[in-house]
Design a protein around this ligand. Structure first.
Ligand SMILES: C[S@@+](CC[C@H](N)C(=O)[O-])C[C@H]1O[C@@H](n2cnc3c(N)ncnc32)[C@H](O)[C@@H]1O
Length: 273
């Protein structure tokens, strides 16, 4: 993008730095030989690989994704953002052959592990992976109202104050994805960090597009090794979603003595929102 000559340099700089805040870090991207083999065999079918835009985690302008065309049918669409090594999205694709599933993940070794898992589990056809930054890619590629379930499980907690702007559950991500939810769609989240759970409630509860599925749902019980904010809501928490499998991140959180906080919202029908 070329710079706007009418814009003051410091404002332009601020806008640039805000635009470049991302919720992930690029770590080692090298694949073991086994994972590289899985990638070579499976990525042509399972990985959506559009031309890239101004970052290699963003699609080029104007690239659209039509789920009916990709999956060859019209079905409910489940999208998981930050699908990691694919524990949840692969299990869901196997458990629900009647639905289509899209996992968005920027971490290449995680994507390669997802493909190995796919192959080991019988290669479900109702799953595709998007190796892009969900915040930029999903609104650019998907139509409004096209997602029936959106999942964000164990998103990076970014615990330091100066990193809070990198948390996925913040206004830029919500502004990007909430319009993509179909009327009545579910938005499910889970985290093992009490501070992030509280942050999620502060971001999500006031959104007019969303309503809590379990307004009376009690807070998780027990002791937590991480500090629980004194003003964290006592109700509004979801029971563990039966379709959510336990991932390595959940196990690690529990082993460290943290509680698991589940949330579920419904997208308010547009004529009411
Ligand atoms: C802590 S891991 C959790 C993975 C998985 N949900 C689980 O429970 O095992 C968070 C993942 O989100 C991915 N991620 C973070 N921001 C993302 C974004 N904007 N788009 C796509 N993936 C993202 C990271 O690369 C990382 O793999």
């Amino acid at each position: 993008m070329s710079s706007d000559p009418s814009m003051a340099p410091d404002l332009e700089q601020e806008q640039k730095s805000h635009r470049d805040v991302v919720s992930f870090v690029r770590r080692g991207e090298r694949l073991t030989q086994g994972r590289q083999n899985a990638w070579d065999r499976l990525s042509p079918f399972y990985v959506i690989d559009p031309p890239r835009g101004h970052r290699d985690t963003l699609p080029a302008e104007g690239i659209r994704l039509d789920p009916a065309e990709v999956f060859g049918r019209k079905a409910e669409l489940v999208v998981e953002v930050g699908s990691g090594t694919g524990e949840n999205i692969v299990a869901a694709a196997l458990a629900h052959p009647e639905r289509d599933h899209l996992g968005a993940e920027v971490y290449l070794p995680g994507l390669a592990q997802t493909l190995s898992r796919v192959e080991r589990s019988g290669s479900p056809q109702n799953l595709r992976m998007l190796p892009l930054d969900a915040q930029g890619a999903l609104p650019a590629m998907l139509a409004e109202g096209s997602i029936d379930q959106l999942w964000v499980y164990f998103a990076d907690p970014w615990p330091k104050q100066r990193h809070h702007k990198r948390r996925l559950i913040n206004p830029p991500f919500l502004d990007a994805v909430l319009p993509l939810l179909a009327d009545g769609a579910s938005f499910r989240l889970a985290t093992d960090w009490a501070q992030y759970a509280h942050h999620m409630r502060m971001q999500l509860d006031p959104r007019p597009e969303l309503t809590l599925q379990h307004p009376e749902g009690p807070r998780p019980e027990g002791r937590s090794s991480d500090p629980i904010p004194a003003n964290i809501p006592h109700t509004g928490w979801a029971p563990r979603f039966e379709g959510r499998v336990k991932t390595g991140f959940e196990s690690k959180g529990q082993a460290a003595g943290r509680l698991i906080w589940d949330l579920a919202y419904t997208r308010v029908p547009r004529h009411l929102g």
